[in-house]
Design a protein around this ligand. Structure first.
Ligand code: GDP
Length: 162
């Protein structure tokens, strides 16, 4: 099979330690299995952007290059939840005129006893910021395929395609 160029650039944003690398590694597995071929093709790859949150300012290009964004926080870390809101605000500023898909992800749902952010808070935040929301566990691979499919669906909806 010949190599294809990636068609979508999905950028993951979020505080260090929330699980971006883990999620991307799972995406890579999905891409190897290439389930999208049955649905008309399309590759997805994640660009890791972390450790840029010292002063909550991201290199401009990170906010310019994505076709879609996944903003990740850990449900066990309220600070990371607050960073997620900041990131959403920056993204809106940088890409004002565009209707880009953004999904807010509350990761680490397996750590039930360490939860600091409720699912309702996550949902409410996503409603305010006008983006999709899902809770995942990269460790248990819970809802990760759903996240992956959701991103692709959101991109396709906006492209007016199938
Ligand atoms: P990143 O800095 O955002 O890329 O975060 P990493 O993917 O490197 O994850 C940071 C740490 O959290 C690692 O030790 C991961 O194994 C762990 N981790 C990531 N996702 C989960 C999860 O869903 N549940 C649990 N329990 N640990 C996770």
């Amino acid at each position: 099979p010949r190599l294809r160029k990636p068609r979508y650039r999905v950028v993951l944003l979020g505080d260090p330690g929330v699980g971006k690398t883990s999620l991307v590694n799972l995406f890579a597995g999905v891409q190897e299995r290439d389930p999208l071929d049955q649905h008309g093709g399309g590759c997805l790859w994640g660009e890791l952007l972390q450790d840029h949150l010292g002063d909550i300012s991201l290199p401009l290009h990170c906010l310019q290059v994505g076709n879609a964004y996944i903003i990740v926080y850990s449900i066990t870390d309220r600070d990371s939840f607050e960073s997620a809101s900041e990131l959403r605000i920056q993204l809106r500023r940088a890409r004002q005129a565009e209707d880009i898909p953004i999904i807010l992800v509350g990761n680490k749902t397996d750590l039930v006893r360490c939860r600091e952010v409720s699912e309702e808070e996550g949902q409410a935040c996503a409603a305010v910021f006008d983006c999709k929301f899902i809770e995942t566990s990269a460790a248990l691979q819970h809802n990760v395929d759903e996240l992956f499919e959701g991103v692709v669906r959101q991109i396709r909806l906006r492209q007016g395609g199938k």
